[in-house]
Design a protein around this ligand. Structure first.
Ligand code: SAM
Length: 266
């Protein structure tokens, strides 16, 4: 399963849904409902999981502009929602911020995205949304930003070493300059506060157990792949860690920390 395949996004969606902080999600929905420009721009939309999470009964009809650089994911989002929602797919590279269709939106959303981006990207986004808010108030709802914590039961002696190596990998350039990885939530809080937004943040961990074993199995192999080249971990030790983790997927637990952030203009 590749990084952003439909299968992987589907596999994680139930855990994402449980993890999202409900208060911030409801606040984001209320903010959108209170505006007279019902347009949401979802950055790194994938197959539309944010649309699904933010669709509520009795909501005013929204136009969802789904931005992604993966045409197959956008096609899938349109296939799933084209008949029930107003969808405007937009194939674009997010790194080119000035080319994105942000103008006139009530809310910009993202999920599982901003740990991939750089501080420069977030700073430019905060500045852009602040400028746009002088014309139309626009908010940002960014869910599920990885916070660098992962706890397993049962414990294995290599857990901390693997986590440290994984967090190093999370900071590598993902197309936006050095990635914020575990710092994304805190940096968002700082940059959007400095730009003059009211910023709310809340923890939104994946809490996984035997019921999520298919997802946890993918997670384990994904983590192992990400740290395989790290010189601090011997291949045989990593293999032993993987086998231990896989042998515990049905009875063990895994908690992966995230932060949700909502930034609204004053
Ligand atoms: C972890 S996935 C999250 C997808 C979706 N938001 C969700 O929560 O299921 C990250 C998404 O960002 C998109 N993405 C990553 N880098 C991008 C870039 N430079 N330009 C546009 N989209 C990008 C990927 O194609 C993928 O759909």
């Amino acid at each position: 399963m590749s990084g952003f395949s439909i299968d992987w996004l589907d596999l994680r969606e139930a855990a994402d849904r449980r993890a999202r902080n409900e208060t911030l999600r409801d606040q984001a929905i209320e903010w959108t409902d209170a505006g007279d420009n019902p347009v949401v721009v979802d950055l790194g939309a994938g197959t539309g999981s944010t649309l699904r999470a933010l669709t509520a009964p009795d909501q005013q009809p929204l136009t969802w502009c789904l931005v992604d650089n993966d045409a197959a994911l956008l096609d899938e989002a349109e296939r799933r929602h084209g008949e029930t929602h107003r969808i405007e797919p937009c194939k674009a590279d997010l790194a080119s911020l000035t080319s994105l269709p942000l103008e006139g939106a009530r809310l910009i959303t993202a999920s599982a995205l901003f740990d991939l981006v750089s501080e420069d990207f977030l700073g430019a986004l905060a500045t852009e949304l602040k400028a746009q808010s002088q014309r139309y108030p626009v908010g940002l709802y960014a869910a599920l930003n990885y916070d660098g914590t992962t706890r397993w039961t049962p414990h294995h002696p290599l857990d901390d070493t693997v986590l440290e190596a994984f967090n190093q990998d999370q900071r590598k350039d993902k197309g936006f300059g050095p990635a914020l990885g575990p710092d994304s939530g805190a940096v968002m809080l700082r940059l959007f506060t400095q730009a003059g937004f009211r910023v709310y943040s809340a923890s939104s961990p994946w809490v996984l157990d035997g019921a999520d074993q298919a997802m946890v199995t993918e997670l384990i192999t994904g983590i192992a792949g990400a740290v395989a080249d790290n010189p601090d971990i011997e291949a045989s030790a990593l293999e032993e860690w993987v086998q231990f983790r896989l042998s515990n997927v049905s009875t063990g637990t895994c908690t992966v920390g995230h932060t949700d952030v909502l930034a609204l203009p004053f």
